[in-house]
Design a protein around this ligand. Structure first.
Ligand SMILES: [Cu+2]
Length: 525
C-alpha cells in the first residue's frame, strides 16, 4: 500500500538546482523580477493558490494511503446527491479537471453526512450510515456500511449493517484497529400531511463497535442521551471523540460536559465531574494537536486546550484570543504542529459575519496570528485537510448554504516559502529512504534525506467532514543527532498513535519540509 519510494540522486538534484539558478539569472538580467514577487508576505502568513473547480461539493475528504483524496457530498450540480456520486482527487496532478475523477455510487446507500475512518489493516475507507429518503423527504438515516477501496476506486456495500441508523455519526479508530461508532440521528421529526405519515425524532445513544472481521457489537450498557444522544445540545451531531492515552474514549460534548467511554464488553460511560470547558457548539472545530491535548474552538472568540493526559479529570486552559468566531470553520494541524483555522462565520451558515481571513494557533506560545485570506467563504459542509506536500486543501460549503461551493483552494503554509520575501517556494529536502514495511510502536527506524535533517514530524492522515477531523494527530519525533540519516523512535503506543497511516516529514535547517512519505504503523504481520 505504500507509495513507491523515489530514490533520488543528490548529484542530479545539485545540477538541476544549479541550472535553475542559472536560468533565473539569465531571465532577470534582461527583465526585472515580476512585481508580484516583491514584498510578498507568503513566508510569514502563507498564501492561497487559485480557486479551482471540484466535480462535487467535497463535504467529506479523506487522505488515502496512496496520497489521493476520497471525497463525497453532493452531486455535480451542488445539491445533495451522495447516493449517486463520489469523487477522487490526485493532488500530485494539480487542480485541473484531469486531477479529479467523478465516480458513480452504485451501492444504493446515500452516504451524505455519513461517518468515516480509515481501516488500519487495509488502508480502505470505512463509511458508516448516512442519509435516507422517506416518503420523498430527505435527511432520514440509514444503518448501511460501505467501504471505499483506493486501489480500485470502488465503493462497496457491506453485508453486515449496524444495529442502529446513523446520520451524522462519528467513527473512532481504536488501538486494536476496531472502529467505535458514536451518535447520529436515527429518525426524523415530520409533522405529517394528509398523504404522508408523521414521524418522530429519535437518536442513536448506544455506540457500537465494528471488529476487524466486519461484525458489529452494541455497547448496550453505555447508552447515554447526554454524551451522544438526544439531549445536551445536539450531542448526537458528530460527537467529538478521541482515544485517550489510557485507551479509553474521551468525549467532549457540545454542551461542555466531558465523558469517558470504556468500550470493552457491553461498555461503560462515565462523566468527568469537573471538566466543563465553556462555550461549546456543534458548529465549532476541535483537534488533537499533540498526544492527549485537544485544541477546541469555543464561542465568543475563545478557544481552550483540554489536556486528557492525567489520570484525573481532564484540565481546561484558555488560549490567547482568536480573531474571529468561526461557526462552521475548520481546524487543521499543519506539518510543523501549528494549527491553521480557516472559514466560518459568527452568524452560523450565513455570509453575515463570515470571514475570509485564516489564522494560526501556535502551541509553543499559546498565541494566535493572522494568516492569509481566502478568496471565498467556507461554511456549513466545507472541509479542510492536510496534504502530503504540507499544503492544505480547503473546499466545499453549501447543500444547503448561502453559496454552492463546487470548488476548493489550496493553502500553502509559510514554511514552504523562501524567507527572502520573494514569494517563491523554497527548495525542499527530499526523503531518499524511509520504511516501506509496517513499523511497530516504540520501535527504532531510520530515514534518509539529501540534506541534513533538522527535524522530523509525523501526522496521521486525516478524515475531515462537517468541520471536524477526529483522526488527525501530530507527533514531533526526537532526533538523537542531526545528519542525512537519522534514527528515530516511533510513537510509544497505540493509544497515542492508533494503528494506520501517517505522513512522515523531514525538515532541513531552513525550516522547509519534504514531501511526506506515507508510512504504516501497526502490528507486524
Ligand atoms: Cu451534513
Amino acid at each position: 500500500m505504500s507509495p513507491q519510494l523515489i530514490n533520488f540522486n543528490p548529484l542530479i538534484k545539485l545540477i538541476r538546482n544549479f541550472l535553475f539558478v542559472l536560468f533565473l539569472g539569465l531571465l532577470f538580467s534582461s527583465n526585472p523580477p515580476p512585481a508580484l514577487a516583491i514584498g510578498s508576505s507568503a513566508h510569514l502568513t502563507g498564501a492561497f493558490g487559485p480557486l479551482h473547480n471540484w466535480p462535487i461539493i467535497p463535504i467529506a475528504m479523506m487522505l488515502m494511503p496512496d496520497g489521493k483524496i476520497f471525497a463525497y457530498g453532493s452531486n455535480p450540480n451542488g445539491t445533495q446527491g451522495a447516493k449517486m456520486y463520489y469523487a477522487t482527487w490526485d493532488p500530485s496532478l494539480g487542480t485541473g479537471g484531469s486531477a479529479f475523477t467523478l465516480l458513480q455510487n452504485t451501492t444504493n446507500t446515500d452516504i451524505f453526512c455519513a461517518g468515516h475512518s480509515i481501516i488500519p489493516a487495509t488502508g480502505q475507507a470505512l463509511v458508516v450510515g448516512g442519509d435516507a429518503l422517506v416518503n420523498g423527504i430527505r435527511n432520514y438515516a440509514n444503518s448501511d456500511v460501505n467501504i471505499f477501496d483506493p486501489v480500485t476506486s470502488t465503493l462497496i456495500r457491506q453485508s453486515q449493517q449496524m444495529a442502529y441508523k446513523r446520520w451524522y455519526a462519528t467513527s473512532v479508530t481504536s488501538p486494536t484497529g476496531e472502529h467505535i461508532v458514536l451518535g447520529g440521528r436515527n429518525d426524523k421529526f415530520f409533522a405529517g400531511t394528509p398523504t404522508k405519515p408523521a414521524t418522530t425524532a429519535s437518536y442513536s445513544p448506544i455506540p457500537e463497535v465494528r471488529a476487524a472481521n466486519g461484525s458489529w457489537r452494541s455497547l448496550t450498557n453505555a447508552s447515554d442521551d447526554y454524551a451522544y444522544g438526544a439531549l445536551g445540545a445536539s450531542s448526537w451531531y458528530y460527537p467529538r471523540a478521541w482515544i485517550d492515552p489510557r485507551g479509553k474514549i474521551f468525549i467532549l460534548s457540545h454542551f461542555d460536559a466531558a465523558y469517558k467511554l470504556d468500550y470493552s464488553g457491553m461498555g461503560t460511560i462515565t462523566q468527568y465531574q469537573t471538566t466543563r470547558p465553556k462555550g461549546g457548539r456543534f458548529e465549532l472545530p476541535s483537534v488533537m494537536f499533540a498526544p492527549g491535548k485537544i485544541l477546541s474552538l469555543r464561542r465568543n472568540k475563545t478557544a481552550v486546550v483540554v489536556d486528557i493526559n492525567g489520570n484525573g479529570d481532564p484540565t481546561v486552559t484558555l488560549t490567547g484570543a482568536p480573531s474571529a468566531e468561526r461557526l462552521y470553520g475548520s481546524a487543521t494541524i499543519l506539518a510543523d504542529g501549528r494549527v491553521w483555522v480557516n472559514g466560518g462565520s459568527s452568524g452560523g451558515n450565513s455570509l453575515t459575519g463570515a470571514t475570509l481571513t485564516s489564522e494560526i494557533w501556535n502551541p509553543a506560545t499559546n498565541t494566535w496570528t493572522l494568516a492569509a485570506s481566502a478568496s471565498t467563504y467556507r461554511l456549513y459542509h466545507s472541509a479542510s485537510i492536510l496534504l502530503p506536500d504540507g499544503s492544505v486543501m480547503t473546499g466545499g460549503g453549501g447543500a444547503p448554504g448561502p453559496l454552492t461551493q463546487l470548488n476548493g483552494e489550496i493553502y500553502y503554509p509559510s514554511y514552504l516559502y523562501k524567507k527572502d520575501g520573494s514569494g517563491q517556494f523554497d527548495y525542499r529536502p527530499e526523503i531518499v529512504a524511509a520504511p516501506e514495511s509496517i513499523i511497530g510502536w516504540n520501535e527504532s527506524f531510520s530515514v534518509q534525506s539529501d540534506e541534513i535533517i533538522n527535524r522530523v514530524t509525523l501526522l496521521r492522515v486525516g478524515a475531515a467532514t462537517h468541520n471536524i477531523d477526529v483522526e488527525a494527530r501530530f507527533f514531533n519525533l526526537t532526533i538523537p543527532s542531526k545528519g542525512t540519516i537519522v534514527t528515530l523512535k516511533s510513537p510509544a503506543n497505540a493509544n497515542i498513535a492508533p494503528p494506520g497511516y501517517y505522513m512522515l516529514f523531514v525538515w532541513n535547517s531552513d525550516g522547509v519540509p519534504s514531501i511526506a512519505k506515507i508510512i504504516q504503523i501497526g502490528n507486524h504481520l
